[in-house]
Design a protein around this ligand. Structure first.
Ligand SMILES: [Zn+2]
Length: 190
């Protein structure tokens, strides 16, 4: 940032007293602007027949690639509320949000993914401003080579591996190296 969002004066990038990291500091009004990672809430929506709802992205980044519903958490929301809202916004689907099954940190883009299991309340889903196509898929129909992000790839793997074992586990994953999705696919998941 160049200008203080509180008073409009120029900011300096330096380490404030008592801190360890450089921050955007406004000497006019004294505000220190902290920039922290962003949280993304997501949901793997499961239909009554066990298929999961996938969305083809209609927007950049990764236009045309597939994801489950996920997006930036809004102020004042729980991760479950955010996941339900994103599911409705991206796929028109109404879901009941179940447990959190994965937290994936992605330090190279300063993002934290909180992924929930979800149950579709009915069979309705459809295209939206954010999704050019929505489709219920069995595990063997998932286009693993056309997944939008590594976090989505690993989230789906966790989801299906747990379900195959009849488990509802919790997973933590830290993606510290930036690799394209196809490299994760080649590595076989981990
Ligand atoms: Zn200021």
């Amino acid at each position: 940032m160049k200008f203080c969002s509180a008073c409009g004066h120029s900011v300096e990038f330096r380490i404030p007293p008592g801190d360890q990291l450089p921050r955007h500091v406004c000497d006019h009004c004294g505000t220190i602007h902290y920039h922290n990672p962003r949280i993304i809430a997501g949901c793997v929506p499961e239909a009554a027949d066990g298929r999961v709802l996938m969305c083809r992205r209609a927007i950049e980044p990764r236009l045309g690639f597939w994801t489950f519903p996920a997006g930036f958490l809004e102020l004042g929301e729980t991760s479950a509320q955010g996941a339900a809202r994103e599911t409705l916004e991206e796929s028109q689907a109404l879901v009941e949000i179940d447990d959190l099954f994965a937290v994936i940190t992605v330090p190279y883009v300063s993002q934290v993914y909180m992924l929930h299991r979800g149950r579709m309340l009915n069979d309705h889903h459809g295209v939206t401003h954010e999704s050019s196509e929505t489709r219920l898929m069995r595990e063997d129909e998932i286009p693993w080579g056309e997944i939008a992000f590594p976090t989505v790839y690993h989230g789906l793997k966790f989801f299906f591996e747990d379900r195959a074992r009849g488990a509802r586990d919790f997973h933590e994953l830290h993606l510290t190296v930036r690799l394209p999705v196809k490299e994760h696919v080649k590595l076989g998941g981990d």
